[in-house]
Design a protein around this ligand. Structure first.
Ligand code: SF4
Length: 237
């Protein structure tokens, strides 16, 4: 008989903080390091998603990373392990980065929302991903802004429509503008592409291969940009 996955235990933090502003901004102290932020985010209750998730899944990577990849929210395995992009989509991302010639040490990975939003499957024990609401994205945004302020990536890549629309505007269409560098105040170079989980959902092996190649192609533009002797030339895109 198949063993059932053990339900993850909620990770307790020393003290949990409900904010007055309805955003995480009150939890962010001046001159905080990434480690400081990670610790502070453990007790965040700025929106109700802390009740659903096992734990806060903060960003990961070097403060000196030249590339920041931003997804929508942690998935099931990320929620259990407390680390971003460590599930199937994260493994696919790692493969794509390697194929594009990007060293993982150059990358900081995070999400616009730091808790896993899910609902139970109609049958079985699976936890089904649910799209975060605008109010939840807004509540969590100070964490991302603080990460951006510290890392100051040269290239920011939004992974998927939710990330792109929350950072580049609700009208942004990844289907139309993927792989293009767009004007933004968030970083010198900003691009959106698909979320690797969309490649995992491809209907068959052939379309998965095509989608993976397109994803690698987008990431190669980032790699080329970083190798460029004049990386400020946006026409390199
Ligand atoms: S999703 Fe973000 S704002 Fe909401 S409780 Fe978690 S860390 Fe705080």
């Amino acid at each position: 008989m198949a063993r059932q996955k053990k339900k993850p235990e909620k990770v307790k933090s020393a003290s949990s903080v409900v904010t007055r502003s309805g955003t995480a901004s009150e939890l962010i102290t001046p001159h905080a390091t990434l480690d400081d932020l990670k610790v502070a985010a453990r007790s965040c209750r700025a929106c109700d998603l802390w009740k659903l998730g096992t734990q806060t899944v903060f960003g990961e990577g070097s403060a000196k990373a030249r590339i920041m990849l931003i997804g929508e929210q942690p998935g099931d395995q990320e929620d259990r392990m407390g680390r971003p992009f460590v599930g199937p989509a994260g493994r696919l991302l790692d493969l794509a980065l390697t194929a594009a010639g990007i060293d993982r040490s150059e990358v900081y990975v995070t999400n616009v929302v730091k808790h896993f939003k899910w609902s139970p499957a109609e049958r079985g024990k699976r936890r089904i991903h649910k799209k975060p609401r605008y109010s939840e994205i807004r509540a969590c945004r100070p964490w991302l802004d603080a990460e951006l302020e510290i890392v100051k990536p040269r290239v920011l890549v939004c992974l998927g429509a939710s990330s792109a629309q929350s950072l580049l505007g609700r009208d942004f269409r990844v289907t139309q503008r993927r792989g293009q560098f767009v004007d933004s105040t968030l970083a010198p170079y900003v691009m959106a592409t698909v979320h690797p989980s969309s490649i995992l959902r491809a209907q068959d092996e052939d379309s998965r291969h095509v989608q993976m190649e397109a994803f690698i192609s987008d990431l190669k533009k980032v790699a080329e940009l970083l190798r460029s002797p004049s990386p400020k030339d946006k026409r390199a895109a």
